[in-house]
Design a protein around this ligand. Structure first.
Ligand code: PLP
Length: 398
């Protein structure tokens, strides 16, 4: 019969996309929309990286590569892991993939058997539960709150452990909260992971985008026992403004790397050859562009935080990394706009886009139905204009 895959049909279409589509539709009509939805830096990929790719094309580096990436790039990844994260991985522990999202897909394909549970602390990046379910895993959510800086604690993790617990996903710096786990917090989490014997999938995609003095800690670097159980996942997308190039990578045990590599060899052959040359330059070349981007993001973050902190009905923590602000809008939900109660975060987002031409991300699909995410990967002028509009709505709420 012409029935379709139940698994594919169970995938939730992304709510962020519907707001982004609406914003695009309005923009095409010539309406001046401010979009706080951006999940990527607004800077061009740095010139030195683009040049490396152009050179690769001219040199004919345009054919299949090894499934898990070129040796050259894997060596660069090992060097980066050692210097930046204090992590010793050999090249046979590294798998280069077609982006961070692809790495996560590989990881869960390699470790999950049907029914295995994966702990996902909320707020979470909305793709985690879907990726876990596609690999036949069962997401187990833990709600955190503002008083704990939206960071999950070892005690909370231990409370949801069962004999089906296979892994925990940790994301630091975090999308959407911008929070970074401290060494002490990670040590406590690592202790539970080792004692209860599950994997930690450490998504460190935003590791370069940090604004304080504290360098984020990679949980795998804490001790040998947690190193064995961790799959460290990162990529060039966010740090080097290379979202379209599609290169991610992992460091793990040899056994897991081998499984991921063989799965990948059948599914996508290899990551794009030209993008691998570009990623090599990103990791090994000058890091000046990263510093320049961070400086700009930092200014925007300060400005946005100042404004939001002074707005009625809203509150937020100052992000420590990434380029998102996670804003608590719970106080708006029982207020009325034009005689109708706001009620849900999607209604708030709908009013903002339709009546004020501001696109924000309602965070129900990030596990928080009373928060929105504002990205500061847009110019400070746009941020100012957008925040003025949000403030105007807030002043109209009764
Ligand atoms: N992990 C997190 C937390 C993200 O926010 C993203 C992208 O939005 C990714 C991973 C995936 O990045 P990539 O573009 O390399 O697939």
């Amino acid at each position: 019969a012409l029935t379709l895959s139940k698994k594919a049909q169970a995938v939730k279409p992304s709510s962020t996309l519907s707001i982004t589509a609406k914003a695009k539709e309005l923009k095409e009509k010539g309406i001046d929309v401010v979009g706080f939805g951006a999940g990527e830096p607004d800077f061009n990929t740095p010139d030195n990286i683009c040049e490396a790719a152009i050179e690769a094309i001219h040199a004919g580096f345009t054919k299949y590569t090894p499934a898990d990436g070129t040796l050259e790039l894997k060596k660069a990844v090992c060097e980066k892991f050692l210097k930046f994260n204090g992590l010793r991985y050999e090249t046979n522990q590294v798998v280069v993939s077609n982006g961070g999202k692809h790495s996560l897909t590989n990881i869960f394909t390699a470790i999950i058997n049907p029914g295995d549970e994966v702990i996902i602390p909320a707020p979470y990046w909305l793709s985690y539960p879907e990726i876990v379910k596609l690999a036949d895993g069962v997401p187990v959510f833990i709600r955190t709150d503002k008083s704990q800086n939206y960071k999950v604690t070892a005690t909370q993790i231990e409370a949801v452990c069962t004999d089906r617990t296979k892994a925990l996903i940790l994301n630091s710096p975090n999308n959407p909260s911008g929070m970074i786990y401290t060494r002490e917090e990670l040590e406590a989490i690592a202790e539970v992971a080792v004692r209860k014997d599950f994997y930690v999938v450490s998504d460190e995609m935003y590791e370069n985008l940090i604004y304080g003095d504290d360098h984020p800690v990679s949980i795998a670097s804490l001790n040998d026992e947690i190193y064995k159980r961790t799959i460290t996942c990162s990529g060039v997308a966010k740090s080097y403004s290379m979202t379209g190039w599609r290169i991610g990578y992992t460091g793990s045990s040899k056994e897991i790397a081998k499984l991921m590599s063989s799965v990948q060899s059948h599914q996508t052959s290899n990551p794009n050859s030209i993008a691998q040359k570009a990623a090599y330059e990103a990791l090994m070349g000058s890091q000046d562009s990263v510093f320049a981007m961070n400086e700009e993001f930092n200014k925007r973050r300060d400005y946005m935080f100042d404004r939001i902190s002074n707005m009625r009905l809203l509150s937020a923590l100052k992000p420590q990394g990434a380029f998102y602000m996670f804003v608590d809008i719970s106080e708006t939900l029982d207020k009325e706009y034009k005689g109708t109660k706001i009620n849900t975060v999607s209604n708030l987002a709908k009013i903002l886009i339709e009546d004020f031409n501001v696109a924000v991300i309602p965070c129900d699909d990030f596990g928080f139905s009373d928060h929105i995410r504002l990205s500061y990967a847009i110019s400070i002028e746009q941020i100012k204009k957008g925040l003025n509009r949000i403030e105007k709505l807030l002043n109209e709420l009764r």
